[in-house]
Write a protein that binds this ligand. Sequence first.
Ligand SMILES: *Cc1c(COP(=O)(O)O)cnc(C)c1O
Length: 390
Amino acid sequence: MSHIELAERYGARNYHPLPVTLVRGEGEWVWDDAGNRYLDMLSAYSAVNQGHLHPRVVAAATAQLGRIALTSRAFHNDRLGPFLARLAAVSGFARVLPMNTGAEAVETAIKAARKWAFQVKGVPADAAEIVVAEGNFHGRTTTIVGFSTEEQYRLGFGPFTPGFRAVPFGDADALEAAITPRTAAVLLEPIQGEGGVILPPPGYFARVRELCTRHNVLLILDEIQTGLCRTGRTWAFEHEGIRPDAICVGKALGGGIYPVSAFCADSAVMDVFTPGDHGSTFGGNPVASAIGLAALDVLESEHLAARAAENGAWLMAELRRLRTPVEVRGRGLLIGVELDRDARPVCEALMRRGILCKDTHHTVVRFAPPLVVAREALEHAMGVIAEVMP
Ligand SMILES: *Cc1c(COP(=O)(O)O)cnc(C)c1O
C-alpha cells in the first residue's frame, strides 16, 4: 500500500489532506516522494515561520539531544531558565509558563484567568466568565471547542464546560454588553486565522483594551498563529497600539520542528499559580527549551518581522491586481484570499503546479509562507497563482 493508503487504512479520518506525500523540506521548499518540489505557502499553519529545518534550530536540538532530553519539572534543567528569560524579554511579560501545544497554552490562560478572578477580583468560586469572539479558533480540547461557534467543531462532543460567552468579532459594544461583574477575561485572536483571516476593524482593540481596564477584566490575546513575526511585527497586537494582560504563544515557538507553547503574563496574573496547581510532563523540557531559544534567536537575527512586512505588502499588492478574488486581506505574510466559490479545488490546482496552501473557512485560500521566503520564490508563486485564479 502507498503512504496515503496506509494512513487512510489505519488512521482516524479527522483530516482531509491534499493528496501529496512530503518527504523532505528546506527553508520555504518541500519535496514529495516522487522528487517534485513545492513552495510551502502554509508553513504548517504558521508553525514553520523560520523555514523547514532551519540549521540553527536543528543544531540547537541536536546538541541538546547529545546531553539530556527530558527531566520533568520535578527537577531543574539548565535550558529552561534561559528560554523563559528570553521569551519574557521578547514578549514584554514578566513571567512565562511553558506547555507543548497551542491548545494547552490556551487552557493555561483559561485556568489563570479563572483563578485570578477568584483570588484577585473576588468573583465567587467556579463562577468566572470569559468572553470570546464568534468565529474563534483556539484549539481542539473539549473545553475550547465548547466555546467555538463552528458547528462541526462542537457537534456531538458535548456536554461542554460552562462559563463562556461569544460576541461578534469586531463589535466592541456587544463585548461591553457581555461583561458582567463575574467576567474574568476577554480572550481574542488579534486576527482570526482559521476563521478566514479576519482582521479587526480599526480602533476595535483600543476600545477592547479600554473596556477591559475599566471593568477590571483581563485582556488575553491568542498569538499562537499571529505571533512571532507572522504579521510583520513580533506580535500582532503591536499593530493595534495596545498591550494585553497576557498572551498565548505556540506554533513557531517550536522553530518548525517540535511542539513548544507558552502562556506569558505579568506577575499579578501568573502568581495565582502555586506548586501543584498546573503542569505538563513535557512542558519546558530541555529539548523544547533549547529549540524555543533558537527559534526566538532566528526570528530576531534574521529580521523576520521586517521581511514579513515587506514581502507581505508586496504579495498582497500583487494578489489585489487579480480579478478572481472577491477580497484580499491580511497583515504581513498572513494573507487570505476570499473567493466566490469553494477554495479547495483552487488549492488542488495550485498543488499540481507546485504551490502548497490550504483552504480555510470554505471559500478562503490562505497564503502564509515561511518568513524566510525569498522574493524570487514569491514572484514564481505569483506567476502560478495568476494562472490558476487570474
Ligand atoms: C493553531 C492554533 C491553536 C491551537 O494550537 P495547537 O498546537 O494545534 O493545539 C490555538 N489558537 C490559534 C489562534 C491557532 O492558530
